[in-house]
Design a protein around this ligand. Sequence first.
Ligand SMILES: [Cu+2]
Length: 159
Amino acid sequence: MRIHKLALGLGAAVLTFAAAAAAHEIRAGDLTIVHPWARATMTPMQAGAVYLAIVNDGAEADRLLGASTPVAAMAMLHRSVDDGGVARMVAAGEIEIAAGGSVVLEPGVLHLMLTGLAAPLVVGETFALTLRFARAGDMEVTVEVESMAVMNHLHAPAG
Ligand SMILES: [Cu+2]
């Protein structure tokens, strides 16, 4: 599937960058979470989006089942799709990370959407996020809030 090939290609790029820049990583068992970050939001009503890369060094596939965070009522896995030239997002369900593989959540591909934010996400702040995996169990990571200045990703709710 085209989206998967794209994600793997970008994953390699992200990992190269992470190694060079020593971006923050969290490792637990076979899984490494690379550079968890969220785009800043302007108002409490706006949805947040978290991006990160997941690397699986193990001999078995794992699956990302979901996530939660104290800063939002809900965290949902979403996939971005091109619907006749209109960017939309749909529930992604579980995301498999193949043995020896990686998955990248990034603008335009996959994200964790945060709804019901207690307060706007401010650049420079951090918050805790718990990722729930089928094999690795719960992994808590620290998410850094960054500017979306370089992104042109329109994050409109799916109709
Ligand atoms: Cu979304």
